[in-house]
Write a protein that binds this ligand. Structure first.
Ligand code: KIV
Ligand code: ZN
Length: 521
């Protein structure tokens, strides 16, 4: 008996990017989309094209450059949104328009100010119009889980008749419980006329921490597409985490065999999960909590003596998945200052980085600098070095010199030298701490003072010589920019991250990227 597929619809670039504070440049979105294709997702929701010029362009470029997955664009149930999505998706070989309208009484009355009959008509017209633009149309009754079942059945039957082939059932506000959601999916599967020829999809938010459990309950009851995001990013508490959904299905095929005697599987290359998770975390600046399921730093760490003893005797005593299955561990190679250029490039390739000639040169020099300070360079260090090199923006401001003095009983002071357009700017400042002093000096030297929204520092690997990675989020005029910096010196990493964020801000302004309009969903 053959296995049945559960399609993985990744919405990291659309719903995930709606996370408060997450903002990705177009180049970063393309990098993530490329990695999602390597990961093997079936559908990439690349954006909400009508919402801004940046969203439109990002969707268009993903459609043009990413091969393999179906590329989807979101559109409200109106002609303008659908036209914009169709235009942005035009270059894609496989494309889907995902159109939606709210169906719960509270949304229809207060947000849409429409009667159910009007909503139904809008949904049908939208699906028909989308179908005239592309073959593959998905429909979502927003806030489905707080909608009345008879209306839900009626609207789903009508949009199927109009041409929708994927019916998504969003738990927009993360309200339902797994048992309820599973039952709901089973009822829609049996009671909606035409559903037998369509795919039922789940889209669960995590407000009560149920997003993954709800998605899997839906799968058990017949859903064959899961909408999810890498690391569970998304509005408020986020969406269902892709890695948890996929590993849940892979680890417990027996549980799903009820609906599907041959078992269930996905097209995901699970060994790419860890790399994808790290990339998304680095580019969005959202640090992964250590105890996060599947991809957290402690997910495969055994501390208690009894557990360590058990795992040493027989791994499966305390491990239900192997670290290798998500792309962790295996052969951990350690590089050092004697590793030649060839060895460096080779290891980068094994880690999945394909670098252009000039990127290799920069990254290798950077590697040598770090290897000079740090005897052993681990894979995680290498990934951080390479990511820093390949996600560079134009160095409008180049931090050439930093000196910081701080200690008990002294006022922290910093001086910096920054070169911009051939001109050298120097500044000195004091602050509450060494990072604050460095940031004040950078503000003086650049003449820019964006608001610092968030600052994090983490050790890339363990040990006293660990590489520090600083991530900052700054904002100006409502737009947010993320900057990263790595160094064995955490103050230097912090200063580099701040300058990187400022460079991204100035570069975006230069390209006069329109701010997102934040169109109401
Ligand atoms: O959460 C939600 O309802 C959505 C829809 C647009 C699918 O994101
Ligand atoms: Zn959503």
């Amino acid at each position: 008996m053959s296995e049945e597929k559960v399609l993985i619809f990744d919405t990291t670039l659309r719903d995930g990017e709606q996370s408060p504070g997450a903002s990705l440049s177009i180049a970063e979105k393309l990098d993530i989309a490329r990695q999602l294709a390597v990961l093997g997702v079936d559908i990439i929701e690349a954006g909400f094209p009508v919402s801004s010029q940046v969203q439109f362009e990002a969707t268009r470029l993903v459609a043009e450059q990413i091969e393999g997955p179906v590329i989807a664009g979101l559109a409200r149930a109106n002609k303008g949104d659908i036209e914009s999505a169709a235009k942005a998706l035009a270059p894609a070989k496989k494309k889907r328009i995902h159109t939606f309208i709210a169906t719960s009484p509270v949304h229809m009355e207060h947000k849409l100010k429409r009667k159910p009959g009007e909503v139904l008509k809008m949904a049908v017209e939208a699906v028909k119009f989308a179908k005239s633009c592309v073959d593959d149309v998905e429909f979502s009754p927003e806030d489905a889980c707080r909608s009345e079942m008879p209306f839900l059945i009626e609207i789903l039957a009508a949009v199927i008749e109009a041409g929708a082939t994927t019916l998504n059932i969003p738990d927009t506000v993360g309200y339902v419980m797994p048992y309820e959601y599973g039952r709901m999916i089973a009822q829609l599967k049996s009671d909606v006329p035409g559903m037998e020829n369509c795919i039922i999809s789940t889209h669960c938010h995590n407000d009560l921490g149920m997003a993954v459990a709800n998605s899997l309950a839906a799968v058990r009851n017949g859903a064959r597409q899961v909408e999810c995001t890498v690391n569970g990013l998304g509005e408020r508490a986020g969406n269902a985490a892709l890695e948890e959904v996929v590993m849940g299905i892979r680890t417990r095929p027996d549980f799903f065999a009820i609906q599907s005697p041959g078992g269930l599987t996905t097209n995901i290359r699970t060994t790419e999960i860890y790399r994808t998770s790290q990339l998304v975390s680095q580019l969005t600046g959202f640090v992964i909590q250590p105890n996060k399921a599947v991809v957290g730093a402690n997910a495969f760490a055994h501390e208690a003596g009894v557990h360590v003893d058990g795992v040493l005797k027989e791994r499966t005593t305390y491990e239900i998945m192997t670290p290798e299955s998500i792309g962790l561990g295996g052969s951990r190679m350690v590089l050092g200052r004697h590793t030649g250029r060839h060895g460096f490039v080779d290891r980068c390739r094994q880690l999945g980085f394909t670098l252009k000639e000039e990127e290799i040169e920069h990254a290798y020099q950077r590697f040598l600098d770090i290897a000079d300070k740090k005897k052993e360079v681990f894979d995680e260090d290498l990934a951080a070095i390479v990511n820093e090199e390949i996600h560079v923006v134009e160095h409008i401001f180049d931090l050439q010199y930093l000196h910081v003095a701080s200690g008990t009983g002294t006022l922290p002071t910093a001086s910096v030298r920054i070169v911009t357009q051939g001109e050298t700017k120097q500044a000195a400042a004091c602050g509450d701490g060494p990072v604050d002093a460095a940031y004040e000096a950078i503000r003086e030297a650049t003449g820019l003072s964006p608001k610092l929204e968030n600052y994090t520092i983490r050790a890339v690997t363990g040990g006293k010589e660990a590489l520090g990675e600083a991530t900052v989020r700054i904002s100006e005029d409502g737009r947010k920019f993320i900057g990263r910096g790595i160094s064995t010196d955490i103050i230097e990493a912090s200063a580099k991250a701040y300058v990187d964020a400022i460079n991204r801000m100035v570069s975006a302004k230069k390209q006069s990227e329109e701010p997102d309009l934040k169109v109401e969903l």
